[in-house]
Structures are given as C-alpha cells and as structure tokens.
Design a protein around this ligand. Structure first.
Ligand SMILES: Nc1nc2c(c(=O)[nH]1)N[C@H]1C(S)=C(S)[C@@H](COP(=O)(O)O)O[C@H]1N2
Ligand SMILES: [Mo]
Length: 447
C-alpha cells in the first residue's frame, strides 16, 4: 500500500496541479485500481498464456485499410437514446415461455453470461411482474406514509427530490433465482440458472429520513409497502430492516428507473428478497404486526421437508457462479484459461471465493477483480490450465459473517425439494473432454 501511495505521490510532482495532500487522499482511491492492475499483470504468464497466431502475411493483410476506413460513418445522433452495436443483439433479456401461463405474471432474465463488471445496464435488468408493468405519470404520482406515525405524509416526486439522497450499489435478486433446479438440472445457461438478478447503482431517499419525517410511534414495528400496479404486492417488512439501509429509489445507474423496474419510485431493500423491493411504490403503512398471510397478494413462504411452512426468509444467502467458462461457451482447445465469475451475499461483503476444477475435491482461492462492496456483485477470477480432460468447475463463496456457500446435496438435505426459493447452493459446470463427441462443450450438471 505504502509503495502505491509513493508512486502516486511521484506523479503528483510531475503534474504540479494539485497539492500533495489532495493527491495522496485521491491516491487511496486510486490505490485499489493500481493493485488490481498489478494482480492482473502478475497473473499473466507469457509462457502459458493463450498465443494467438501472428503470421507476418496475415498481419499485413489485416492492417490494410478496410471499407470502414475509406468511407464516412454515421453522424452524431444527438436526439436519440444510444443503443448497443447491432452486433450485440444476442445480449438481451430472455423469458422461458413454458415457465408462466401469461406475460403479466412472469419473469425475464438477465444475460449473466454476457455481463462484465458489477453493473447491469438498465436495458438488461430482469423483469418480474405480478400484474404487468403500468406506465405511471410522475407528475401525478404520490407516496403516502401513514398508520402508526405522528404525522401522516404525502410526497410528490418533486418533494422526494428536494430531500437528501444516497447512491449505492446493490444486487437485486428474486429468491426464485435457481428455483428450477431443486430436484435436478433443468436448464443449460447461466441466464436461466442465475438470471433472476441484476446489480445496479440505486439513487434515492433513505427510508429512515422519510420515517423520521413522519415520526414513528413506538408501537410501529412493521411496514406494509404497497405498489400502484394491479398486484399491489404489499409486503410485510420488519422495522429493523426498514431503518437499516432501505431507500425509496427514483434512479438506477444514473437515470430514472425503467418502467419495468418501478418507475417512478421503488423500494430498495438491500440484501433482501426481490419481492420486498416494492415497485411503483404508492404507500407505506406503519403497523404493529405483519399482514395476515391471507392478505398477501403473493406468498413467498417456504415449504419445509416436514410439511411446515417457514413464513419469512428475508435475507439472501451468499452465492456465486462461474460465468466463463459456462454452458453458453465452448472451450477452444487445451491450454490456459481464466475462470471468471460473480459472488454476492445479502448479509454483507464477500470475503473470499474458491474455485475447484475437480468437482469440489480440491479448491484454490480466486482473486477479486472488482471492489467487494456489501450486498453487491463482486467479481473474481482464477487462471487454470486445461489439459483437455473432463473437468468439473465449481465456485464457492464465503461472506463476512463466515457463511460458506453449501454444495447442493447439503442444501437438499436440510431444506428438501418441496421449496421454491433460496436455492443458493453451488452449481457445477462439466467441461467435456477435448477428445470426445462433445469436445470442449460445457454442461450444467448437479454434483
Ligand atoms: N409493485 C410491484 N413490486 C414488485 C413486484 C411486482 O410485481 N409489483 N415484483 C417483485 C418481485 S417478486 C421481484 S423479484 C422484484 C423484481 O424487480 P424487477 O422487476 O425490477 O427486476 O420486484 C418486486 N416488486
Ligand atoms: Mo421475485
């Protein structure tokens, strides 16, 4: 660390535009980046790395001016919202048609296999609707806070934007993420197995600010937030969670929420089940007890092996998945690869991720390639040499509470297969041997 600061300080003398102190202060932020770069450099070993073919003739040919170099491109399109390159059109949300009877109570999934870094662009954020997505006019939309409060309040969108705001990166995960695979493998893409989640930077008013404004009565122990859509999706949220890090968000990744994500406002309940993140938020009622289960518009309870029902399971457990190589890819021959993936936990920061290439017998610690923020995606990588034989890739996340992501067999032993939600166990990618009918194909298997 001190070396990094010194290096940054030297640059300061050169730039002579900032005071040394200011730069060192900034340098601490930069230090993380420098360290990540060094880790990537150290990991790169030219002796074992992929060697692309570089014949002299081919290089000369490639360097000849192509058609694009000899004509003018498209002009500035100053009045439109920019869209990705047409060559990226396969990077899109997808739905499983057989999953739900209609599109009103359905779900689309994020193409996790194509994501880089820790932020999902707004156009790729998964959608989960219980009664369709309404188009709400922000000019007339209001948020009411009432019930066990000293002063019932009504906010317009303008009112909310006059209040203090925070911007934080959080993963939003539907507890049904992975739900298809309690009994066995169902799908062969990480988009289907893990695409019911996205990670974004959310901006809005801390819920605690709004509740303080309204003045909580001591008996007020629960919040019942309700959406303005057909489903309403009223949930029961205990006060401890509400006052922790929740916010009423009006923006994601720098722009207004998308209609599918709750425009103009939604509740952000970091680390907790997606269904608590009530969209199109129109009111928050403070009460002394949760909703009666019969009043709930949709149940998010867990059927346990002994037939009992676990009513609430708010927090999302630590989880991880290798996104490359994963079933959407194919190995291109034996040699050096970098396994890349995402880890996250509803309970806080990810502290480490281990990777196995032999189905969980041996483990190696991966390195982080992004900052490990609490309740957000953390990126990890590990180099490995593939000798062309059949291997079984797995990742295992540990979070700051010491929770270790379990294997599927263990999770099934405890929770059984009656449930739908919180299937957060490890997944296994089988890489078929190079010398086999399915040379280098990658298959989702349960192990
Ligand atoms: N008003 C309202 N809020 C809602 C829902 C809904 O249907 N209506 N779906 C919930 C569920 S189950 C999830 S997983 C998340 C999904 O958020 P997204 O559609 O922005 O991905 O929103 C939650 N909030
Ligand atoms: Mo959900």
């Amino acid at each position: 660390m001190s070396e990094t600061i010194e290096k940054v300080a030297v640059q300061t003398e050169e730039s002579r535009t900032q005071s040394r102190r200011a730069f060192i202060k900034g340098g601490l932020a930069v230090a993380g980046t420098v360290m990540f770069t060094k880790a990537a450099e150290a990991a790169y070993d030219p002796k074992t790395a992929v060697k692309p073919y570089a014949g002299k003739k081919e290089i000369t040919e490639v360097l000849e001016d192509g058609a694009e170099r000899r004509m003018l491109g498209k002009g500035v399109m100053s009045t439109t919202y920019s869209m990705p390159s047409p060559f990226e059109k396969e990077v899109r949300k997808r739905t499983l048609e057989w999953l739900t009877p209609d599109t009103l109570a359905s779900i689309s999934m994020t193409p996790i296999q194509s994501m880089h870094g820790t932020i999902v662009p707004n156009g790729l954020h998964f959608d989960r609707y219980h009664g369709g997505a309404p188009d709400i006019d922000p000019a007339t939309h209001k948020l009411v806070i009432h019930g066990l409060v000293e002063r019932p309040l009504m906010f317009t969108m303008d009112d909310l934007k006059r209040l203090p705001s925070v911007s934080r990166v959080y993963v939003l995960e539907c507890p049904a993420n992975g739900a298809l695979e309690w009994k066995g493998v169902q799908v062969n893409s990480v988009q289907w197995s893990h695409g019911m989640m996205s990670c974004s930077e959310w901006t809005g008013v801390p819920l605690s600010v709004l509740l303080k404004e309204a003045g909580l009565k001591p008996e007020g122990r629960w919040l019942l937030p309700e959406g303005a859509d057909a489903s309403g999706l009223i949930r029961s949220i205990p006060m401890e969670i509400a006052l922790d890090d929740c916010m009423v968000a009006y923006a994601m990744n720098g722009e207004a929420l998308r209609p599918g994500q709750g425009y103009p406002i939604r509740l952000v309940v970091p680390g907790c089940e997606g269904n608590m993140w009530v969209k199109y938020l129109r009111r928050i009622k403070v009460t002394d007890k949760p909703l009666h289960h019969r009043e709930e518009s949709s149940k998010y309870s867990e059927l346990m092996p002994n037939g009992s029902i676990q009513r609430f399971s708010w927090t999302m457990e630590a989880n991880s998945v290798i996104t490359y190589p994963s079933p959407d890819f194919k190995m291109s021959g034996p040699g050096r690869y970098v396994a890349k993936g995402i880890a996250w936990s509803g309970r806080g920061r990810i502290t480490h991720v281990d990777i196995s290439t032999d189905g969980g017998k041996n483990w190696k610690e991966a390195k982080f390639t992004s900052v490990a923020l609490p309740k957000a995606w953390t990126r990890f990588e590990l180099e490995f040499d593939w000798d062309g034989s059949e291997i079984f890739l797995m990742s295992r996340a540990t979070d700051e509470t010491g929770y270790v992501q379990p294997p599927m067999v263990q999770m099934r032993d405890i929770i059984g297969t009656n449930g739908v939600y919180h299937r957060t166990a490890m997944v296994t990618w089988r890489v078929h041997a190079w010398k086999s009918d399915r040379a280098g194909e990658i298959e989702n298997v349960q192990y």
